[in-house]
Design a protein around this ligand. Sequence first.
Ligand SMILES: O=C(O)c1cccc(C(=O)CC[C@H]2O[C@@H](n3cnc4c(=O)[nH]cnc43)[C@H](O)[C@@H]2O)c1
Ligand SMILES: [Zn+2]
Length: 349
Amino acid sequence: MTQQHAPRDPHAFIAGLPKAELHVHHVGSASPRIVAELAARHPDSKVPTDPEALADYFTFTDFAHFIQVYLSVVDLIRTPEDVRLLTYEVARDMARQQVRYAELTVTPYSSTRRGIDERAFMDAIEDARKAAEADFGTVLRWCFDIPGEAGLESAEETLRLATDERLRPEGLVSFGLGGPEIGVPRPQFKPYFDRAIAAGLHSVPHAGETTGPQTVWDALTELRAERIGHGTSSAQDPKLLAHLAEHRIPLEVCPTSNIATRAVRTLDEHPIKEFVEAGVLVTVNSDDPPMFGTDLNTEYAVAARLLGLDERGIAELAKNAVHASFLDEAGKARIAEEIDAYTERWLAP
Ligand SMILES: O=C(O)c1cccc(C(=O)CC[C@H]2O[C@@H](n3cnc4c(=O)[nH]cnc43)[C@H](O)[C@@H]2O)c1
Ligand SMILES: [Zn+2]
């Protein structure tokens, strides 16, 4: 990606730019409006509904605190109708930001272990996916992730839900691994990723978000990662950066998330520029946008500032996500052409 003079104010350009998002969590995308609606359905919850109190509740002392709060929102989702509402409304919020395609990370284990029937869960996400595509034009695909800290039982269960022909949803494209990394070594999940890959799923684990570059190497060599969730600590290892660049393994970079969970101290210390300078394919993502007080458009503005990009550079960044996606080639070409046409219209005198 070439770096240029930063545009005067990139926000308006970004707001209308067609985009793809590759790293965004299902429950972590619940807006204050959705949280309030779910809390009204289940008034015994400890999650506040008042937007100001919620912003305070979504201020994290560290990554472990973030996961604790995240799970309290997971506890709000109790019925298949909750799942459907959440999914459909998340797609509505994406469409408002001109997101044409998103791979949404869903943790089915967290819902089925809380008592939601597995068949009803799959039907709810699929029903919402189809309705969202018809109503908003946003195409959703699923990444089912293992909540690693919940142990190998959660890996086995996630694999079963992802590969059982009677359950596996049509929109499922990939298999992931999320949650804390400290004390959760990646290699133990190799047999599950091997079976998921054999069943035709792409491998997209989180790695190097809260631990060092060895976790990224493990994700590549043991889990056969095709993209890396975060990969922030890759910046500490020049050989790893060269490997990522040479093998065209994209990083799913989520700048504001890394600050909110205190994985990185400040935005100016974020290594996104080092990734680009090393030739790594960078995609920009929002992770858990309302929890981190952000959205995808804001993440593009942050990346544009850190990388010194003008409109064409920002459009290139948007095309990186399209190329790194698991959409078919015709679908990729359609969105890439839309991005080019939008950019040319914007820059026309
Ligand atoms: O659901 C449970 O019962 C459960 C039990 C033990 C541990 C867990 C988890 O660790 C769930 C973590 C959950 O967090 C999601 N997530 C959202 N954002 C991020 C992120 O930035 N980095 C890593 N994980 C993230 C992820 O989808 C996990 O499934 C659950
Ligand atoms: Zn994530």
